[in-house]
Design a protein around this ligand. Structure first.
Ligand code: SF4
Length: 189
C-alpha cells in the first residue's frame, strides 16, 4: 500500500500496529462499549479524519458501533451530525484539526471518559498493563515509567514508539497523527 488512506476493512489491524496508546485505548473502548462520550468522540474522530478516513467511511464506522448501543435511528439523530460537523460539512463548515499531544495531555477526562493521554491520565497499574499489551515490558517499561514520573509524557510515548518499531524517532512524538504517519512509514518501508 503506497498511500496513507485507510479503509474500515483494515482499521483494526492498522489500529493495532500504528495507533498511539491514546487512540488505541479509545478505539478499544468504542469496540467494547459501542459508545464513547463527547471528549472521546472528538479526540478519536478528528484523529481518524487526520489519518484520512473518508467521511462516508467514518459515518459507517461510528454507526456500526453506536447503533449496537443506541440504535441506528438515534445514531442518525444525535451523532451523525457531529461527525459531519467534524469534517466541516455542517454548521460553520470549519475544517476542524486533529488534537495535538499538548492539547490531549492538558485535557481533563472525568469519570467514564476515555479521552486524554494514558501516560498522563492512567494509573501506574493501568499504564503498565496497557504497555504490556503493546509488548513493552521489562527494562523498557521501567524507562517509560521513569519518564512518566518526571512528567515527560511525550518522551514516554516516544520510547514506546521506538520499542514497538525497533527504530528511533529522533524528532520525538508531538502529535498522534505524526505517530501514525511515522509508524506507517517504517512499516511500509
Ligand atoms: Fe497520544 Fe501524544 Fe499521549 Fe502519545 S503522547 S499517547 S500520541 S497524546
Amino acid at each position: 500500500k503506497g498511500c496513507a488512506e485507510i479503509s474500515i476493512r483494515d482499521i483494526d489491524q492498522i489500529a493495532n500496529s500504528s495507533f498511539p496508546l491514546c487512540m488505541r485505548h479509545l478505539f478499544e473502548k468504542l469496540r467494547e462499549d459501542h459508545h464513547l462520550k463527547h471528549g472521546g468522540r472528538m479526540q478519536l474522530g478528528l484523529f481518524l479524519k487526520g489519518v484520512d478516513l473518508k467521511l462516508d467511511d467514518a459515518l459507517a464506522f461510528w454507526k456500526a458501533e453506536f447503533s449496537q448501543k443506541v440504535g441506528a435511528e438515534r445514531f442518525e439523530k444525535e451523532y451523525a451530525y457531529s461527525i459531519r460537523h467534524n469534517y466541516g460539512k455542517e454548521g460553520k463548515r470549519t475544517d476542524y484539526t486533529p488534537y495535538s499531544c499538548q492539547k490531549i495531555i492538558s485535557s481533563t477526562p472525568g469519570v467514564g471518559d476515555h479521552h486524554g493521554c494514558p501516560y498522563r491520565h492512567f494509573s501506574e497499574e493501568n499504564l503498565r498493563t496497557a504497555l504490556g499489551k503493546m509488548g513493552v515490558s521489562g527494562r523498557t517499561a521501567e524507562e517509560v515509567m521513569d519518564k512518566v514520573r518526571n512528567r515527560h509524557y511525550q518522551l514516554a510515548c516516544t520510547l514506546t514508539f521506538e520499542a514497538i518499531h525497533g527504530s528511533s524517532c529522533d524528532a520525538g512524538i508531538n502529535h498522534p497523527n505524526q505517530y501514525f504517519s511515522d509508524s506507517q512509514k517504517i512499516l511500509q518501508s
